[in-house]
Write a protein that binds this ligand. Structure first.
Ligand code: FBP
Length: 549
């Protein structure tokens, strides 16, 4: 494989790890735990893995000899920078336990376990992927591990390979499934421990115990670099408004962090839109209002950040999508017979008044996306909606109305962008390289300590890595009961942007000034070599959450 100069140098990077993990460790049990809500239901569903204590790893002077162990690893869901380092940390950790230990990677996600598709990860494979982005060492997939027959099928290959522990690297859903699997294997005395690791660029897998999910740091830095570049271009030519949609699924953590890093003129936070019960029109007016104010100062340019999940958080859009989904599912056959050019009017006629008016007000392309792209479960795929184009178009229409009424005089030309895949496989920042490697090492310590149903946890990460705290959190502790696909299920609570939290408050305190001035910050590309103030900084979100700004 041909490598760039940076890849060759970066491969030699030794991730920084918590001081305790540099030596022999002992597991110290802390407080016994409860789930965040619905304790009785969660306890009855997880009788073998509920209420376990939080674990911390401390330095030990005792040299314990341990038998060799075979471990399996799975990458689940969307790519996130640092996944390979979790696997490298896990590999080095189990080899430290005993040099005859073996690591097996299941190919293309959880499906690899069920379909018995695997490869042994030897030292030369691991070395090839140290400090690299992507999940291509073993691939990832979105199959869910949720049924007993999948668990039993998986157990067949685990037994055959004499695997005693399985590490699942994934987001909230995958870790929920890891917990269900841990419980099942404990209940059936299968002899397999299951450990989870917090992954997702979306940043929505975090709580009191898990400070952040890996990948969020690198992805936000990559997006902030390109937003900064756009802002410099925008400020140089002074002729465009750039509408930039950012990945992140439902939560707006990525948009918020990028706003804190780059100071755009507008950033919409979906959670606030919902809390204020804003309509699509309100969102359009907010943006158009800022465009008009800047135009009064002769600034016919600017940037608008839009979180991927916005549409789902606009209460009226949510109602429209729900009725559309219902309507399309019930009238599938009839709808298919309607000519493409007639479909929009047909839908307008059939919906209830409020939804029909809203639907009719949407640009043609968006209306089409809402009706054409039902996913295999019959859901409208809101993430496919080009919100950046929708808003750019609607703001233009609003400004034209205001111009007609003599309320606005300015020029409004737009460029639209969507940043998502550009950041998911970037080479991990030092933060993610260190954090991920430490998560992998910690997972090996949890395995050595005989734990199951735990998520690997590394805390205090705004301090220098030496002072990071490694341990494990019982996954049941993060769970509550929620509705999923019409059923009430135990799941890990998803963390949306907290409007009372320090990151949002900081943004809210600055946004009016960012709207009118041109206070762009150009963070530049991620630096892998150089002074620690440049290379090792965590996200602003994390620093604010930990009161470290
Ligand atoms: P995960 O929750 O699996 O980490 O997803 C991350 C993500 O990048 C989301 O931000 C995005 O909405 C989604 O994956 C895109 O999905 P796909 O990988 O199927 O294109």
């Amino acid at each position: 494989m041909t490598k760039s100069a940076l890849q060759i140098e970066r491969a030699k990077y030794n991730p920084k790890v918590p001081a305790a993990l540099k030596n022999n460790v002992k597991a110290v049990d802390g407080e016994y735990t409860q789930s965040v809500a619905d304790q009785d239901e969660i306890k009855s569903l997880f009788q073998n893995t509920y209420g376990l204590p939080v674990v911390t790893f401390e330095k030990s002077n005792e040299m314990k000899s341990m038998p060799a162990i075979n471990v399996g690893v799975i990458l689940s869901g969307g790519q996130a920078p640092g996944g390979h380092n979790v696997i490298a940390g896990l590999f080095d950790g189990i080899k430290k336990i005993n040099k005859d230990s073996h690591l097996f990677g299941f190919i293309l996600g959880p499906g690899g376990l069920v379909n018995h598709n695997y490869k042994e990860l030897t030292a030369d494979i691991i070395d090839e992927y140290r400090n690299t982005g992507g999940f291509d060492m073993i691939g990832s997939g979105r199959d869910k591990l949720e049924y007993d027959d999948q668990f039993n099928k998986g157990l067949e290959i685990l037994k055959k390979l004499e695997i005693k522990a399985l590490v699942i690297i994934g987001g909230d859903d995958s870790n929920t499934n890891a917990c269900v699997l841990a419980e099942y294997y404990a209940k059936t005395n299968a002899g397999v421990q299951v450990i989870g690791c917090p992954k997702t660029i979306d940043g929505d897998l975090k709580n009191e115990q898990i400070e952040t999910s890996f990948g969020f740091d690198t992805a936000c830095k990559v997006y902030s670099e390109v937003i900064g570049n756009i802002q410099r271009d925008c400020n140089s030519a002074q002729k465009y408004w750039h509408f930039i949609k950012l990945m992140g699924r439902s939560a707006s953590h990525i948009a918020l962090e990028c706003a804190l890093q780059t100071h755009p003129n507008v950033c919409i936070i979906s959670e606030e839109v919902e809390a204020l019960d804003m309509t699509l029109d309100d969102v359009v007016n907010r943006i158009a209002g800022i465009v008009a104010l800047r135009a009064e100062q002769g600034r016919n340019f600017g940037t608008v950040l839009i979180p991927e999940g916005l549409v789902e958080f606009i209460p009226a859009m949510k109602r429209l999508i729900a009725e559309l989904k219902d309507f399309l599912l019930k009238n599938k056959a009839e709808f298919k017979l309607i000519k493409r050019s007639e479909q929009r009017n047909y839908v307008i006629r059939k919906l209830t008044k409020e939804n029909s008016e809203l639907y009719a007000s949407l640009p043609e392309s968006v209306a089409r996306q809402l009706t054409l792209d039902l996913d295999p479960h019959g859901n409208v795929q809101v993430s496919l909606i080009e919100t950046e184009k929708l808003l750019a178009e609607m703001v233009a229409t609003r400004l034209a109305e205001w111009a007609k009424a003599g309320k606005y005089q300015g020029k409004f030309a737009t460029q639209t962008h969507f940043f998502g895949y550009e950041g998911r496989c970037a080479a991990p920042s030092n933060y993610d390289a260190d954090y991920c490697y430490s998560l992998g090492l910690t997972a090996s310590c949890l395995i050595a300590a005989g734990k199951t149903g735990y998520m690997s946890s590394v805390r205090n990460t705004t301090a220098p890595a030496d002072r990071w705290i490694a341990g494990g959190i019982p996954i049941t502790m993060m769970m509550n009961m929620e509705e999923r696909n019409g059923e009430i299920k135990p799941v890990i609570q998803k963390a949306l942007v907290n409007l009372k939290g320090a990151p949002f408050k900081e943004f809210a305190a600055c946004r009016d000034s960012w709207a009118l001035t041109t206070d762009y910050v150009y963070s530049g590309p991620i630096q892998y070599f150089g002074p620690t103030e440049v290379c090792d900084q965590p996200t602003i979100t994390l620093k604010l959450e930990q009161n470290k700004n």
